[in-house]
Structures are given as C-alpha cells and as structure tokens.
Design a protein around this ligand. Structure first.
Ligand code: SF4
Length: 325
C-alpha cells in the first residue's frame, strides 16, 4: 500500500456557525494532510469541532476560509455539479446509521442507490454489485430484501459502510462510527474497517472522542481543542509521550493500561469547564484550564509547528512551552 503522497491536504480551514448566542467558531484555521492508505484520527472533547471539520472536509458544510485539496484537485469552492464526480471518491459514515438509512427502502434499494446516482451498470449488474457488497461487509445475501429496522446496530453500521464503499472511494470520513455500539460489536466494526483498508488502500479520517478506539485504527492522531488542532503526531509518539498539556490530559484518562514497555501514565488534572466556542479565550484557547499556563498564554496565540529540537518530523504542536519552527 502506497503512503508516499498526500490524498487530502487541508490548509487554514475555517468554519463558523451562526447561532442565537452569536458566531460559533467551530473550526478555526485548521491544517493537516492525509496520505493515501493512511488513517488520521481526530480526537477531542464533545463540541471541539471535530464533527464540523469532518462534514466540512466532504463539503456537507461550506468552508468560510482556507482550502481543501483532494487527490490533486482544489475542491474548496467546487459547485454541486463539479463536485459530483469527486463525491464518489469521498464518502462519510455517520454515528447513527439508522438516521442515514431510509427506513422504507430495502437494503437492496439502499445499496443500489449509489450505482443509480452515478449511472454505474444496468439493473442486473447492480444486483450483482449489491450481493458482492453484502459479502464484503459480512452480511448474508438474503439480507438484501430486508429493511433497516430488521437489523441490529452493528449490522446497520455494516450496511452504512457497504453503501460508503460501493463506488470504491479513496477516502472515508468516519464520524464516531462505533460510539453507539457495544464494545464487542465495536471491535468487529473496527476490524471490518481495517480489512477494507488493507484490501483497497482506503484512507480514513476517523473521528472519535474515545482514544482507545482511535488507538486501534489511527496511524497519526490530531488532537483538537475548541476548534483548533493543538497537537498532531504518530499514534505511537502520542501514546508514548503526549506533549501538549491538553493531549496529556486526554491521554492520561485512557481507561486501558499502557503496554508494559511504555512509561506509566500519571493522571493530569484539567481545571475548569470548557469555554464557550462563541467566545473562546484570548491567546492560547486552553489557558483557562491549563495547569502550566503562563501570562504569555493569555496574550499570544501559539503557532502549530514542528519542534525545533525534536527528532520527530511528523509531530507538530501549538504550545508556548515548546520552541517550534
Ligand atoms: Fe498551556 Fe500556555 Fe501551552 Fe496553552 S500555550 S497549553 S496555556 S502552556
């Protein structure tokens, strides 16, 4: 599997919502890349903007600023018609598959729809493709005639995944796809996503608040706080040594023991409540809860950069405790 080129490149992405309380700064100047065949995990507390970011990436939300380059094409401002051929390569799997599956349509109809929309094959050919999709996601052929309510949560997520892979996409944004499932079913869905990635070189942006889930899938992890990426690094580097104070808080709370070869984690305490994304704190947005906050942190926004004296070129961090380039 090739990981030598960027499939997705996001630069300075901004997405603000308007609510009755004012402008919600959901995604603020976010930049990252995803390579072909790679899984980027996006983690952070509920409300940190990771779902808005996921939806903006596939243009379900219109970006306010910045650029999204997918497979060599700038898709930031593509119109609906020009976006259509791109969409088949850029799919999304949601947390609640039931909400995204039309309850009145059979599984055969639901899975045939992507082929109909993109005019792939004739009726007979689509039927064959649906059968093949069911087999790929571990469902039986006779499931084709049933309706979404006849399936368990895990099976419904398999159907949603089958629909997402129908057109052989290059990237799938997975937004909390297992968080509504029991732990044993979570493992099955994660294994399915990993197998599909091995088979077809897919890339994933995998959004979750659950680090133990992210740890099973992600090659790299981006940590988000109040609409910004505060640290991005390989999974192993973050697991071994989270550097940003917010990453330290998140990783110290993982409810699984660290591997014997890894240093013992000490619980890092975070103070205060999450600030409102309508009126985020000045300077470093984490300064109101950071145990290491300095006067400078209230005034000056830290820049996301590579550690000046680090030997990990993949790790970038936004914190005044570190010199970055
Ligand atoms: Fe804490 Fe300051 Fe670093 Fe922000 S910049 S995480 S407040 S030390």
């Amino acid at each position: 599997m090739s990981r030598d080129r960027d499939l997705l490149s996001v630069t300075g992405l901004v997405k603000h919502h308007h609510s009755t309380g004012g402008k919600v700064r959901a995604v603020d100047s976010v930049s990252f890349r995803v390579a072909t065949g790679e899984t980027l995990g996006l983690v952070g507390e509920s409300g940190c903007g990771k779902s808005t970011l996921g939806r903006t990436l596939i243009r379900l939300h219109e970006p306010d600023e910045g650029s999204i380059v997918f497979d060599g094409m700038d898709i930031t401002h593509l119109g609906r018609r020009a976006l259509r051929p791109v969409r088949r390569h850029l799919q999304m799997v949601f947390q609640d598959p039931y909400a995204s599956l039309n309850p009145r349509r059979s599984i055969e109809q639901i899975l045939a729809e992507p082929f109909e929309v993109h005019a792939v094959g004739d009726r007979l050919d689509r039927r064959e493709r649906v059968r093949a999709l069911l087999a790929r996601v571990g469902l039986r052929q006779d499931h084709a005639g049933r309706h979404p309510h006849e399936f368990s949560g895990g099976q419904r997520q398999r159907i949603a995944i089958a629909r997402a892979i129908a057109l052989e996409p290059k990237l799938i944004v997975c937004d909390e796809p297992v968080s509504a499932l029991d732990v044993s079913i979570q493992a099955q869905i994660i294994n399915l996503l990993r197998r599909l990635q091995r088979e077809s070189g897919l890339s994933y942006v995998f959004i979750s608040h659950d680090l133990s889930v992210i740890g099973h899938l992600a090659d790299r992890i981006a940590v988000m706080y109040l609409g910004e990426i505060v640290e991005i690094a390989s999974r192993s580097a973050l697991w071994r040594e989270p550097l940003h104070p917010y990453s330290q808080v998140l990783f110290s709370a993982i409810p699984i023991p660290a591997a014997p070869s890894q240093p013992r984690r000490h619980r890092v305490a975070m103070v205060g409540e999450p600030p409102s994304p309508i009126d985020p704190p000045s300077g470093c947005r984490f300064h109101t809860r950071c145990p290491y906050a300095m006067p400078r942190c209230r005034e000056e926004t830290p820049r996301l950069g590579t550690l000046s004296d680090g030997d990990d070129a993949q790790r970038r961090i936004a914190c005044h405790l570190y010199e970055v380039e």
